[in-house]
Design a protein around this ligand. Sequence first.
Ligand code: FAD
Length: 606
Amino acid sequence: KRANPAPLLALVSRPPPHRRPAPTQIDAHDAAPMSTGGASLVRRALEAVRRTPRWQKRLVVLTVGAGTLSYACQDNRVLQISDGTGGKKKVVILGTGWAGASFLRNIDTSLYDVHVVSPRNYFMFTPLLPSVTCGTVEARSIVEPIRNIVRKRGGAFRFWEAECYKIDPTSKKVHCKSGDGTNADANGEFVVDYDYLIVTVGAKPNTFNTPGVAENCHFLKEVEDAQKIRKSVMKCFERAALPNLTDEERKKNVHFVVIGGGPTGVEFAAELHDFVNEDLAKLYPDVKKYVNISVIEAGEHILTMFDKRITHFAEDKFKRTGIDLKTNFKVVKVSDKTITMSNPTTGEIAVPYGLAVWSTGIGTRPIIMDFMKQVGQGNRRVLATDEWLRVLGCDNVYALGDCATISQRKVMEDVDSIFRVADKDNSGTLSVKNIKNVLGDIYQRYPQVELYLKTNQMKGFHDLLKDKETEELNIEEFKKALAQVDSQVKMLPATAQVAAQEGAYLADCFNRMNTCEENPEGPLRIRGAGRHRFKPFRYRHLGQFAPLGGEQTAAQLPGDWVHVGHSTQWLWYSVYASKQFSWRTRMLVVTDWGRRFFFGRDSSSL
Ligand code: FAD
């Protein structure tokens, strides 16, 4: 279509004077008996043009020209967005959580044709989800619609509200299904092809196949979960307040059980405790004495990922405030009326409950399980990537956030190759100078080496050598020196912090793809030639919080800084306000906190 405008313009524009045909010639043509319909049409048009005043001709030229141009531009835009043409590679992102949204915020859309598929058309600030369960913060205050982000970025990417149910890395396609089934087949299915695929689908709650959990427990993963819990808490109170109930029945209705003593379970228990004591106790004075909140933990302690001082403070605080902490209890079955748990000393016991929240960790989504089988990772629990977030066993697919884990390369797997790379003169031994030359690359490629030195209060690589006077190291001595460093390989935690940093890192790599192709900035390739294009992903831990209720929060910041109390609660408020996705959600969250402070939490069972 874009090839046609030239003849069209030629038809209405005036021909150059020296090529203008003489009127007699045209008349002669007119007289020719064998002229076709098309030709006579052209002749009539030319005649009409000749008779038309000059200003009118200019107007027509201008209108048709501008129309054609705008059509061409519009056509171009559509093609660029939908087909990834115009030299842009097509990047498809699955998921709009912490990892996906962070990638989306940072990717340069002038370089890539970006498409997003997610069943959730919003980003959710998960750390405030427990606050939604009790109405401290409203659900809509912690979400940012993806369409707002599309608008803010000038419509530079496409979003489809649908679930991806199959990744096909061989044909580089993802199969998606929208819940609405609005296409011709009414099954809502469509296929999207990609040049690069960014998998950020997160994880699902893990029930460990415990019978009855899926049917009878609440989870705390999505906004809808938090809203359901809020409604159920109020239903429990209303049921316990009904007449003609025995004390046992009232107790059962307001027995709230949290299974799992990790940060989410603990925070929910603390929120609920505050809600009951600060608001519901005044509204349900007759029910108050029956309320019981239990936290059941299979391990010996709660909050084990925190410093021991925080764990002990939290356990003492819970006991003081009347939260029933049951450690060393494993839930084995949940029915609609009772939770059965076992303990080495008590054996199995069944307790009646009104509401149970299951928060024991995360499991792999079915789409990831299927994908893992396809790429030869079927025997693993989590999708593995390399240190550049590329999925192992397939090309051009990246995975980040809770759905994946970085499989850090071990030093001892590569030790022979490291030796060979360092031994530049092929002498079969390494001098201190040889090692120094590659030390920066080794630290970058294998962060466990630096971590090992730090953990063991060693100043440098030299401290790893038993015999510090050694001038030259042979391969065996080199292996011996490095033998223990892999003990420091750590899996990154499944947190928003990790997911967001991974998203930003990967977008930055994509934005500098061409530059780094020409000037690689990564460490030396130990098993190949040259350098890696990019530096590997490095996680920077910025600290963690555990709100414990009663306006007290535990904080553990880098540098072994641990603090619990009211002052850290204010730190928590300011950090979480500043971390909101936009000014809109920041204002909403802060006003929710203010509303709760002045008027208390809302107790309607909406
Ligand atoms: P998610 O944020 O879960 O996002 C996954 C996205 O993928 C979603 O948009 C989902 O709709 C989409 N999706 C799912 N299936 C598909 C599919 N088949 N196709 C396409 N899209 C799909 N971390 C912290 O660091 N600090 C905290 O204080 C903290 N508090 C938390 C409190 C709660 C209640 C919870 C549940 C988690 C908390 N976390 C916290 C953990 C943190 O939320 C997760 O680690 C983080 O959300 C992981 O990000 P993600 O992008 O991998 O996954």
